[in-house]
Design a protein around this ligand. Structure first.
Ligand code: HEM
Length: 302
């Protein structure tokens, strides 16, 4: 999905988005405490993905709220009202991208959605089915990309602000910067549980999992296992951890290079521009288990 060439192309756009969003954030900070989550972390991923897919900026807030609602379906025990919101959002996303695919088929551009349509045309003679595959892909990508990257950005900043000794270390050793994204994904990943269905009877440890049964892999907990990590409860920017934050195996995250790039560019710019940032109150969390989300991350620069 993202090779070196496409990443190099997208890098300039992301860097520009970061400066634009931080300009606005800095202005808000002049007035007093401001919410990093809504002003920065929630803004950047939809800008990157929206521009990459060639979607109008006026649709970004709709896409954000639809993906936010859609992820509720991935909780362990969603309430009926959460499920209803998730269903409505899934329907809204499907409608939105069905229209986009229709437009791109009529007037193809130089964008991923047009190229998915062209690829499906070579595989699927039925045009309607080919279009369904293309819009499902677009829905999947936007759902996979937004909440996850938003959490990475807010979690990374939260962890550095609550571990000032690590922030000082990072300022003194900028070479640790690439580690921060991965240490954040180990310490507090966006996705704490990955589910799998057993294709046949399987023994995991000493437990028999029957064919068709679902298993929740608690990857967030595994990443604090002292048999795998030295001092796992320490957030340490010197660490270069292997982790399941982007999954593993054949379903390994296809957007990992983009998310890493976004995290590194944002942090580089914030370290330069915001030397006095600190949290002004404890963050508030959405009551979720499998898909982490901060509601607010109030910070001050004074
Ligand atoms: C910090 C940001 C991100 C995190 C933490 C993350 C996490 C994950 C995880 C854990 C999986 C594996 C799910 C499983 O095994 O069931 C996954 C898969 C995937 N991710 Fe991401 N993701 C992120 C960003 C993105 C972005 C930006 C995109 C697209 C632009 C993306 C696209 C995908 C896709 C297409 C898959 C499915 C791969 C497959 O099944 O072959 N992700 N991601």
């Amino acid at each position: 999905m993202f090779d070196r060439t496409s990443l190099a192309e997208i890098k300039k756009t992301i860097a520009g988005n970061i400066e634009e969003v931080l300009d606005h954030f800095e202005k808000e900070l002049l007035e007093g405490p401001a919410d990093f989550n809504s002003l920065v972390a929630d803004k950047l991923p939809v800008m990157s993905i929206g521009q990459w897919l060639g979607l109008p900026a006026s649709d970004y807030s709709l896409l954000r709220s639809l993906t936010n609602d859609q992820t509720l379906s991935q909780e362990f025990f969603p309430s009926p009202s959460q499920l209803a919101r998730a269903d409505a959002a899934a329907h809204g996303l499907q409608e939105y991208f069905t229209a986009v695919v229709r437009e791109r088929r009529a007037a193809p551009g130089n964008d991923p959605i047009s190229s998915w349509i062209a690829t499906w045309d070579t595989l699927e003679p039925d045009r309607e089915r080919a279009d369904e595959e293309a819009h499902s892909m677009a829905v999947f990508v936007i759902v996979a990309a937004l909440e996850t990257t938003e959490h990475l950005l807010s979690s990374m900043v939260r962890l550095l602000l609550t571990h000032p000794e690590q922030l000082d270390r990072l300022r003194a050793h900028p070479e640790y910067l690439p580690n921060v994204v991965d240490e954040t994904l180990r310490y507090d990943p966006a996705i704490h549980a990955i589910s799998r269905i057993a294709p046949h009877d399987t023994v995991l440890g000493d437990t028999l999992v029957r064919e068709g049964e679902m298993v929740q892999l608690m990857v967030g907990a595994a990443q604090h296992d002292s048999r795998q990590y030295t001092d796992p409860e320490d957030f340490d920017v010197r660490r270069r951890p292997s982790h399941f934050g982007f999954g593993s195996g054949i379903h390994y995250c296809l957007g990992a290079p983009l998310a890493r790039l976004e995290g590194k560019l944002l942090l580089t710019s914030m370290l330069k521009r915001m030397p006095r940032l600190r949290m002004s109150e404890p963050p508030s969390w959405e009551p979720r288990v499998s898909f982490r989300r901060l509601n607010h991350l109030m910070v001050t620069a004074s």
